[in-house]
Design a protein around this ligand. Sequence first.
Ligand code: ADP
Length: 633
Amino acid sequence: MQSPPSALRALPIPPIVKPRLLRHLLLPLPIILLMLACGYAAYYLSEQIGIRALADTGERQLELHARAVESEISTHTYLPSLLELEASVTRLLVMPTEYRRERVNVYLEGLNQRSGSRAIYVLDTNGRVLATSNWRDADSFQGEDLSFRAYFRDAMAGKPGRFYGVGTTTGEPGYYLAHGLRHHDRIIGVAVVKIRLDPLERRWERARLEAFVSDENGIIILSSDPARRLKAVRPLDEATRTRLASSLQYHWTRLDELQPIDRRPFGRAELLSLPSQDPAGGGARPIRYLAQSLPLNDSAWTFNLLTPVQDVRREAISHGMLAAVAFALLAFLLIAWNERRKVLATRLAAREALQQANNQLERKIAERTADLRASNERLRGQIRERRLAEETLRKTQDDLIQAGKLAVIGQMSTSIAHELNQPLAALRTLAGNSVRFLQRGNLETTSSNLQTINELVDHMGRITASLRAFARRSDDTGEARLGKAVDAALFLLHPRLERTPLNIHRDFADVRLAIDQTRLEQILVNLIVNAIDAMAAQRDRQLWLEGRADEDRYLLTVRDNGPGIPPALRTHLFEPFFTTKPGEQGLGLGLTLSASLAAAAGGNLSVRHPDEGGTAFVLSLQSLAPTEKPADE
Ligand code: ADP
């Protein structure tokens, strides 16, 4: 198999499968991590932004509702000081009598109704209730000692008494506004107005607000959620607890702490996680709130607003998920795009490599074509030279044949001269006799002599004609008749045959063969001359001329019963100038020429050495016509 062109072998081999597989396996991990990070970042940002928006809204609500609490309180602040103007109250405090008490009670009752407060009452300097708006009620404060109340002490000290507490009689929470009632620059008693602030709570509930108000002790005194009421927003130490318990400010309440599970500052606000009762009845479930607070004017109270952040959180979670999904989508698109880019790059590289290989191939083809053209040119030159050589060879061969012929003629010259001399001598005698017979008038003998002379001249003409024909140059093409050629050869050799008679056996057909007539005759002359020469020394000389057809060829065997050829010489037979004949008798060209003449006509000449002795030469030539009946002997 052919190895691929070097350019193709140089093609970049795609990255090995293993690292690629590894990459494909490892790739999802960072993508997932990034996706999670992206989702978390989006969640975090969204939550921060959401909480900030909540904080902004909360700030406004905080302001609004804190002012509402303040105004709720401030609408009643003037009330206790108003009693200073009421003479019946002053009289009662200066000189308490039952009558005066009743009058003040009625007055306070009416005032209480009009102002919408919970109760209005007057204390003497000992802290005992002298008159009260709820004097008709069973749980009236009448006669109660409230000297332990801080507001009483404050009012007695000339300060405005502000106090939130749970009523000792009613157990009802309320806000107490106290004022020291002066008479001649002396505090003669204290006027107290108790107001209820629960309408505020209901208002918050209606507005679905989670809000509470904590007092100076950090106790939640108002709350939209009743469960948070009277809880401490900060840890209370033992001393404070004892103090608060002894003041009965919060009645007998335990003052548990509102313990946030978690608290984190967020700007000016705080993020709290508070336990809440699961509506499904399960355990406490923490709820996260944004806690904002604002101190109320004219008091040590703080208004607190709790805004649940679950919605924000839910929204942030969905934003986070959305971002993660968007990131995953983006990553997927990026990976797909990258893979596509890689595929395109590989395809481009392959195309370039192919183009390169193509160019290289084309260059090689061009080089090879040039080489081929050059070697073609060289071959053409060689063919020309070969043709020239062939031409020269043919010419040389022709010359050789010619030389061979002439050599044969030269060899036969003695016999030819003898052959011609005989009729010439006869001619001379016959001509001389004819002259004498003519002079004697013997016309008959003269005519007979002339007739003989004529025959002799004809005979001599035939000899020279055959010699001329034999000596004539001939070519490779043409056709010959075998019978005619044998006759011509024997005729040519007639003088030799007369001196060395042979017994000739003719057993062949007069076929048409693809060879020049003269050349065939020349071959036959050579073979017969050799046979005559070989058998010259023996008495019994036999020559067989046997033919047979072999497909489209005709094989003529010229066999003698001579001594044969010694094995040592057999290989040299067809070599030029190989001869065993003495002196000028042999040139050693006969067989060489005959073989080359046969080969030039598309045939061949070979030798056989029959076991019974002698030598047989087989001439094989292309037959032109179907074999005819054997020629007569
Ligand atoms: P030449 O006849 O001039 O010697 P040839 O090429 O015709 O040249 O023959 C070469 C030699 O082959 C002869 O010298 C002879 O020794 C041998 N030869 C040829 N024909 C015969 C034959 N029929 N019988 C024996 N020897 C032969």
